[in-house]
Design a protein around this ligand. Structure first.
Ligand SMILES: [Mg+2]
Length: 251
């Protein structure tokens, strides 16, 4: 016998799915460094940040929680490393700058709600869906969402720092399903990262949608994600949910 699927929970990635930084990291770091008397080129800082961030994540995954770090210390180290790699070696000048940058990125003003995000969340609410955040983020997320007026749309916010498990670890998705009191088959996750979001959610049996933007598709994504799971913009989500719920499910 077949019956229609009725989704009950949508979980959301945040960075580059609902929010993005107002200005690229390199520019933000360069502007703030200038205020501290340090002239560093934004391009050099962008490149150095990429290296420092990747190295820190590799050595101390998920904000170094299992190594006894706090997420604040983890981020301060990333900033210090970034400036070291960009050629600034004066640690004394860098400490207050790193602290300032940590504060800046905690502020909702540094972030921007992506086009269509708020309207899509509101329409999902109208369909009586439970909504939740599942994000590889630190403790600052809740405040940022509150400051940007998005927190009220969510039943709960789960971060990798709070749970101890970063996506694609299945445990963070299982925790969301437990809190939402739903089965994976009636849940869907929306995110912009193929491995962490799309595959992570699919691995626990959830439905999943990948937000890819309007650029050309990564060949891996093109070859492995069905077209109906790909969203080039958030307003495409509602029609995609209709299509998914319209397909009969065998039980
Ligand atoms: Mg993301």
């Amino acid at each position: 016998m077949a019956h229609r699927l009725r989704l009950q929970l949508l979980t959301w990635d945040v960075k580059d799915t609902l929010l993005r930084l107002r200005r690229p990291v390199g520019e933000e770091y360069a502007t703030k460094a200038k205020a501290y008397g340090l002239e560093v080129e934004a391009g050099a800082l962008r490149e150095a940040f990429g290296k420092a961030y990747r190295a820190q994540n590799l050595s101390f995954p998920n904000y170094g929680l299992s190594h006894g770090l706090t997420s604040r210390q983890w981020w301060l180290d990333v900033v210090l490393q970034t400036f070291h790699l960009a050629g600034v070696l004066d640690a004394q000048a860098l400490t207050p700058l790193a602290e300032q940058l940590y504060e800046d990125f905690s502020s909702p003003c540094t972030w921007q709600v992506l086009d269509g995000a708020e309207a899509t969340l509101m329409m999902c609410r109208k369909r009586s869906l439970k909504l939740a955040v599942v994000s590889n983020f630190d403790q600052r997320l809740e405040n940022i969402l509150m400051g940007l007026g998005l927190r009220e749309h969510f039943d709960f916010v789960l971060t990798s720092e709070a749970t101890g498990w970063p996506k694609p670890d299945p445990r963070i998705f299982h925790e969301a399903l437990r809190l939402g009191q739903v089965e994976p088959a009636v849940s869907a996750h929306i995110g912009d990262n193929y491995r962490r979001d799309y595959q992570g959610a699919r691995a626990v049996g959830m439905h999943s949608f990948l937000v890819v933007g309007s650029g050309s598709l990564d060949p891996v994504v093109r070859d492995s994600v069905p077209q109906e799971h790909i969203l080039s913009a958030l307003p495409q989500l509602l029609p995609a949910l209709d299509r998914l719920e319209g397909s009969p499910t065998k039980v």
